[in-house]
Design a binder for this molecule. Structure first.
Ligand SMILES: [Zn+2]
Length: 244
């Protein structure tokens, strides 16, 4: 079928159908544009980022404290060794000088006091370490939870995106089958309007008298023309293509 052979009534209905497809396509494209938000991908990503940062912080804190405790344990071991040596010296019976013995006793006393303090500190650190380990465990569970949530959301997003893109491709193919029947100049005009008029290039003449796009009522002469002619018209106000 040649281009010139298309009847005015068919031309109008073809354009109307092309517009219908494009309206549907546009609506799906708008859904695609907000699909990431719909699946909260941005929110979940930043939540995961925060949880990971918090975990890294906790782990660094834990590492510091473990190092500190390790050092303290080493110091405690040295101190205990020193105390044992002093005690041995005192008990050995080789020191007869009472002044010297008193001095050693005082030294042992001071060292024991120091050891008690360090042991208290050590205990406190162990409690703090337990708390940190617990906290770190909780945050690492949160990281896992958010991470698997994000993964699930990404999968759901991917499935829906694929579905919608498939639908767009199907509609575009249907639309293009109709479009080949139209004159290239008309297609150009249609596409330009589609872009300029927010996706609405072809509109109906409402009740035979006003534009379905801009809603302006036509003159008597125009209305008569619509009644007696077939095919497509043009709104002199918004320039959209009019169909009956
Ligand atoms: Zn109009």
């Amino acid at each position: 079928m040649g281009l010139s052979e298309i009847e005015p009534v068919e031309l109008a209905s073809t354009l109307r159908d092309v517009q219908k497809f494009d309206t549907e396509i546009l609506s799906i494209r708008r859904e695609i544009a907000v699909l990431e938000d719909k699946h909260h991908l941005g929110e979940l990503s930043s939540e995961l980022e925060k949880a990971r940062a918090s975990l890294a912080e906790k782990e660094a804190e834990l590492e510091d404290l473990e190092l500190k405790q390790h050092k303290l344990d080493g110091e405690l071991a040295l101190l205990s060794e020193k105390i044992s040596k002093e005690e041995e010296k005192m008990m050995s019976g080789t020191i007869m000088n009472p002044k010297e013995l008193t001095a050693i006793q005082a030294e042992i006393f001071a060292l024991r006091k120091k050891r008690d303090e360090m042991e208290t500190e050590d205990l406190e650190e162990m409690v703090a370490l337990d708390g940190l380990r617990q906290g770190s465990l909780e945050v690492s569970r949160l990281v896992e939870e958010v991470s698997s949530g994000l993964e699930a959301a990404r999968e759901a997003y991917g499935r829906e995106l694929e579905e919608k893109e498939g639908e767009v491709a199907r509609l575009e193919a249907e639309r293009d089958k109709l479009k080949v029947r139209l004159d290239p100049d008309l297609i150009e005009r249609y596409e330009k309007l589609l872009a300029e008029k927010d996706g609405l290039a072809v509109v109906e003449i409402l009740q035979g008298r006003s534009c379905g796009g801009c809603r302006i009522e036509f003159s008597r002469t125009q209305i008569d023309r619509f009644q007696h002619e077939e095919g497509i018209f043009r709104c002199e106000y918004c320039r959209r293509i009019l169909v009956k």
